[in-house]
Each structure stands twice: as C-alpha cells, then as structure tokens.
Design a protein around this ligand. Structure first.
Ligand SMILES: NC(=O)c1ccc[n+]([C@@H]2O[C@H](COP(=O)([O-])OP(=O)(O)OC[C@H]3O[C@@H](n4cnc5c(N)ncnc54)[C@H](OP(=O)(O)O)[C@@H]3O)[C@@H](O)[C@H]2O)c1
Length: 255
C-alpha cells in the first residue's frame, strides 16, 4: 500500500485485556500507529509487563492497569488513573472477555451472570467513564466480538449470547454517541489460536475444522484482528456507525 498512512500520533488508547492474545496484538498495532497505550489485564502480571515493555520499545507511553472490567467500582478507579496520567482518552478497545464454556443445559445462574457481566455489561461503564474523558471532537469505541454472536457453536451458549448482547449494545451506543463524534463499532473475529481456546474440550478439532473451512486457507492471526481495530480507530472509518465487521477469512459465508 502506498500513499495512505494511518497516523494516530498523540492519541491515547485503552485496550481491555491488552496483555496477551488478540489484545496484545491490538495494543502493539495501535502503538505502532502512534498511540500511547493503557493496558488493562486481570490476573497475569508477566504477560502484561512484557506487552508494556513492547509498547515502550515502540516509543510510546504506557499505563498498566490491573482491574476486573466487570467490577464497576474498580473500573471507576481505572479511569481515574488514566485521567491523572493523561487527562484525556481518545480510543477504547473493549477486548477483555471470559466466560463459561458448557452446554446450555449445564449453565447455572452464576455462569450466566459472570459471562454476561464481563463480556457485555462492562461495555456500559467503559463507555460512560471513557466518553467523559474524550475530547470535544469525539473518539472511538471498538469492541471485539465473535462469530458465536450469530451462530450456534457447541458449548458456547453463554459466551455466544453475551457477544450478541455486546453487538446490540454497540448499535445502541453508536446512535447515542454519534452526535458527539464518538464512533462505536465492533469486529467479529473467526477462530484465533490463543490461550482462550484451551478452555474448549475440543480445541484441536476446532482448529482443524476452522482451517479446513476457511476459504482464505489459514486461521486468523491476532494481527488480522488488530488491523481491523486500527481501521476502526482511525479517521478512515468516520462514517462507520454501529457496524460489526466480520474478519474470518470467509469462514462464515461458507454453506
Ligand atoms: N481466540 C479466539 O478464537 C477469538 C475469536 C473471536 C473473538 N475473540 C475475542 O477476542 C477477545 C480476546 O480474546 P483472546 O482469545 O485474545 O483471549 P485471551 O488470550 O484469553 O486473553 C484474554 C485477555 O483478557 C483479560 N481478561 C480476562 N477477563 C478479564 C476481566 N474480567 N477484566 C479484565 N481483563 C480480563 C486477560 O487478562 P489476564 O491474562 O490477566 O487474565 C487477557 O489479557 C475476546 O473478546 C474474545 O471473545 C477471540
């Protein structure tokens, strides 16, 4: 590609679950485009510190913020830290996810609540606190969803439903926030071989089947998702409002 250069120098981005997997690739891609990065994580300090170092190596400022995104009170503290350090925030990438991988008939109320709180409900306080820090001209919110929002995948009932709720929230937030210049969109990704897959009893089957059924001939890399996030974080996507972009190598259009 020549002539187009996505330059986000001076922008500040929060990436939830930005320490490893897809979130790490997003954090690094945004840093390469010029953003300072706030990396949120939950439990694992080591990968978070390594990703922070990789952001610094790209010449950007970095904040490391340990917080469960489903804990509304702690989330307020996370944004206080961002405000104190930077004063403002331009981009929120809601990427952190968790969830119970079980058949629907084995789900308890607690499984459901845990999954919905982290994967869907957290977006509301993230948007509330985050937009309060966004400058006059607006900003960007990008959420990471999955094909399970639209399709039935074995053991994925709770997570799939939470991603469907997430995609709906994206549309509603997009309409509410469009007048103030905040663009809200999502990316629905196909299978990426991250630690998240180790929670599936049939991990190797998923990997084989996804590769075989993907017209593009390979599984997604975390960087494929990060590139789409970069587009949605940039001025190139100014007229994208409430969309969910599918990035799956063509998997979901196969009959
Ligand atoms: N992998 C796939 O095939 C795939 C496909 C489509 C969509 N996605 C979506 O892509 C996103 C990233 O997935 P991934 O595969 O990269 O996951 P991953 O490797 O399991 O990484 C999850 C990240 O989220 C953090 N996290 C988990 N729960 C959190 C919470 N309650 N509060 C704050 N941070 C939390 C983790 O931090 P700690 O390390 O500290 O726990 C880690 O940084 C998710 O939204 C997922 O649904 C994944």
């Amino acid at each position: 590609m020549s002539g187009i250069n996505i330059d986000l120098t001076g922008k500040r981005a929060l990436v939830t679950g930005g320490s490893r997997g897809i979130g790490r690739a997003i954090a690094l891609r945004l840093a390469e485009a010029g953003c300072d990065i706030a990396i949120n994580y939950l439990r694992s300090k080591k990968p978070a510190a390594e990703t922070a170092e990789a952001v610094r190596a790209r010449g950007r400022d970095v904040l490391l913020l340990k917080c469960n995104v489903a804990n509304t009170e702690n989330l307020g503290g996370l944004f206080e830290e961002i405000k104190e350090a930077w004063g403002s925030l331009d981009i929120i990438v809601s990427n952190a996810a968790s969830g119970v991988i079980k058949p629907a008939l084995e789900l308890t109320r607690r499984h459901w609540q845990w999954t919905m709180d982290i994967n869907a409900a957290a977006l509301i306080p993230l948007a509330q606190h985050g937009t309060a820090l966004m400058p006059e001209g607006g900003g960007r919110i990008v959420a990471v969803s999955s094909l399970g929002a639209q399709r039935a995948i074995p053991n994925y009932a709770a997570v799939g439903a939470s991603k469907a709720a997430l995609e709906s929230l994206i549309r509603h937030l997009a309409v509410e926030l469009a007048p103030q210049g905040v663009r809200v969109n999502a990316i629905s990704a196909g299978v990426v071989d991250t630690d998240a897959l180790s929670h599936f009893p049939n991990r190797s089957e998923i990997l084989e089947e996804s590769t075989r059924r993907t017209p593009a001939g390979r599984l997604l890399d975390p960087e494929d998702v990060a590139d789409a996030v970069l587009f949605l974080a940039s001025p190139l996507s100014d007229m994208m409002v409430g969309s969910t972009i599918i990035v799956d190598g063509g998997y979901s259009i196969m009959g």
